[in-house]
Design a protein around this ligand. Structure first.
Ligand code: AMP
Length: 266
């Protein structure tokens, strides 16, 4: 008989504004401790106090779970966020995404891509040829969930990153999320920087070039962040959105060459 696994999701907001969110895929024994840590995070978030926090738990058999390997990780050190954004744009253009599409999408993210210039709860989906936004709800966007490291992988990843001064839950969460997004051939590349005013590192990720962290993608104190999934021209988004939200994926320990050149702590 297959064992049950649990999707655990947290979302916190203040009025219409997104404050914090998190998603994990866990065994029963991990649920209470992880839910409590999520609650603490929402209550003490640097974006400010939440007015409403929801936690959602869903179970399913682990036979439905797909097992995959994490993307290779590398880090580009830059002097400031302007240099970081130029580099991010260049990396995206190298994936074949039209430069005007990259420029417009980056500007939308930087201005707050939800209506009213606020932070979206999930990601923008952008057609890489036309630049058209494809997410059905521009405030919610597409929220990727049901992904995690398996237990053995978590230990391996923590010790791998620990040796580089990078053992930070944010790095792991983003690495796992980016590795799930890159599994779908409709996605050409992803761009992310955090909405946490204190966390300045972001990344460009893809199946082709891995998870490339960029040490500065925004100015200290900036509360605007977000994610953009650039998709192939004429992608019909419904199937991709379903897979990103619903397909459960567990990642196994990274291969020994997963950490590439140019690592630096941040
Ligand atoms: P964070 O890295 O948690 O600071 O998130 C930065 C931004 O990425 C958020 O403001 C959301 O717009 C987006 N985001 C966060 N988590 C997800 C997710 N699970 N799926 C899609 N987008 C997300």
């Amino acid at each position: 008989m297959s064992k049950s696994l649990y999707s655990l999701r947290m979302h916190a907001n203040r009025g219409q504004e997104h404050v914090s969110g998190a998603e994990r895929l866990l065994e029963f024994e991990q649920l209470v401790e992880t839910a409590s840590a999520m609650l603490q995070r929402a209550l003490k978030h640097p974006r400010g106090a939440a007015e409403r926090i929801s936690l959602k738990v869903e179970s399913f058999g682990d036979a439905a779970v797909r097992r995959e390997a994490l993307l290779p990780l590398s880090t580009h050190a830059v002097d400031d966020w302007r240099q970081g954004r130029e580099l991010a744009a260049e990396l995206l253009v190298r994936h074949g995404i039209a430069r005007r599409v990259v420029t417009t999408a980056l500007a939308a993210l930087a201005a707050g891509a939800a209506p009213g210039g606020t932070v979206m709860r999930g990601a923008m989906l952008v057609d890489s040829a036309s630049g058209r936004r494809l997410e059905p709800d521009p405030a919610r966007g597409v929220r990727v969930s049901r992904m995690d490291l398996d237990l053995a992988a978590r230990h391996a990843v923590e010790s791998l990153l620990g040796g580089q001064g990078l053992n930070n839950p944010r790095v792991i969460e983003a690495w796992v999320l980016a590795s799930k997004v890159a599994l779908y051939p409709q996605v050409i590349a992803e761009l992310c920087w955090s909405d946490d005013p204190d966390y300045l590192t972001g990344y460009v990720a893809s199946a082709r070039h891995g998870y490339q962290r960029i040490t500065r993608l925004k100015a200290a104190g900036d509360r605007i962040g977000g994610r953009i999934f650039f998709v192939a021209a004429a992608t019909l988004p419904a199937e991709l959105i379903d897979a990103l939200q619903l397909e459960p994926i567990l990642f196994s320990a990274p291969r020994p060459n997963t950490l590439e050149q140019g690592l630096c702590a941040n």
